[in-house]
Design a binder for this molecule. Structure first.
Ligand code: GCU
Length: 341
């Protein structure tokens, strides 16, 4: 199945590279095809939200644009899709903030473990355009721009053989992390052995025991089947890493003003639909994982995890002082939402 998916995705990418020169599907169809890729299933909140985007754009600009949404890594891994977006072979993709840091160091900020005091502070920061705008528009040279963010919940450890109750339990375990230097360093500080790989490879790696566990939100258990192999999910809550919808810079900057306004409304729809769906999906996933997959959820004391990760904030800020103002603004939100608790 996986081999088939790889072949399909290679064929699709080759076809896209050829058709990008014309920008049209066929000679009798002169509509501009807008291609969007992501790595989630077609029942995931991300896909539901992008389908609403497709509807909205086609309702309002259907004479000119035909939006196509490709789920399940059909256009390659997230790293591949970011590269395709940079060159304009596709127009948009959803990328985890984690992998974006290798394309622009500014994105390191949201990869820091225990950055946000709680979900309310996280959402408030991500909704504050005075914080996100400068970051989202800072990647012109890299060929893309971020247009909105999507909730990807809280990341926690899950393992095949034993629950992670404290960082000590990670010792000697190979844990899959996203392909980001910050994540690799986080794992080192927590005492586990980081195994970076793309999302689509995790299930097989768990099943064949190449890795002992991974870390992600609850949907990875059900939507990606990781809960069929991993029976222990521990809420250490180490990261809230947003997903980011990015678009090809040239495509976005060449949109006429009236169309741009419609696309921007479409991006708002992506954000609001995804977030609404997200809350429902997390609850449903947790229930399914517990009842149908037999996953045990545990709630370890977070303090030792927080303590172990602390040095990372300072290292990242020292090496990348440009993100200090965003970091400081986040602390203000943290203070505001912690005192409201
Ligand atoms: C989450 C996130 C994805 C990411 C994945 C991963 O599912 O929403 O964008 O690719 O984690 O761990 O790679």
């Amino acid at each position: 199945m996986k081999k088939f998916k790889r072949i399909l995705s290679t064929v699709l990418i080759a076809t896209l590279s050829l058709s990008m020169f014309s920008g049209c599907s066929s000679s009798e169809d002169s509509k501009r095809i807008v291609r969007i890729g992501h790595n989630q299933s077609s029942s995931h909140p991300t896909h539901i939200a992008l389908t609403e985007f497709e509807k909205y754009i086609e309702e309002n600009l259907g004479e000119k644009y035909d939006v196509e949404v490709y789920p399940s890594e059909l256009l390659g891994s997230q790293v591949d899709m970011v590269q395709l977006t940079q060159t304009g072979a596709i127009d948009f993709c959803v990328a985890s903030n984690a992998i974006l840091e290798t394309f622009s160091k500014n994105y390191e900020i949201f990869n820091l473990p225990y950055l946000f005091a709680n979900t309310d502070a996280y959402h408030a920061v991500m909704d504050d355009e005075s914080i996100t705008d400068q970051l989202f528009k800072s990647t012109e040279k890299a060929g893309f721009e971020a247009v909105t963010w999507l909730d990807a919940g809280t990341r926690n450890f899950y393992t095949v053989d034993k629950p992670i109750e404290s960082p000590k339990d990670l010792k000697g375990l190979k844990i899959r992390v996203q392909q980001s230097p910050t994540n690799v360093e986080m794992m080192r500080l927590l005492g586990g052995s980081a195994t970076p790989m793309g999302f689509g490879d995790v299930y097989t790696a768990l099943q064949s025991k190449i890795i002992d566990g991974a870390e992600n939100n609850e949907l990875a258990l059900t939507d990606n089947g990781h809960g069929d192999v991993c029976k222990y999910y521990s809420y250490d809550m180490h990261q809230m890493v947003p997903d980011i919808l990015i678009g090809n810079f040239e495509f976005l900057s060449e949109l006429p003003e009236d169309e741009k306004a419609i696309f921007e409304q479409g991006f708002k729809i992506v954000n609001s639909v995804e977030r609404e769906e997200w809350t429902k999906a997390v609850e449903a996933s947790k229930e399914k994982a517990e009842k149908e997959q037999g996953v045990q959820f545990s709630y370890p004391d977070q303090a030792p995890f927080v303590e172990a990760c602390k040095p990372l904030h300072q290292t990242v800020l020292e090496n990348n002082p440009a993100i200090q103002p965003i970091y400081d603004a986040i602390q203000e939100y943290n203070a505001m939402y912690s005192s409201a608790e």
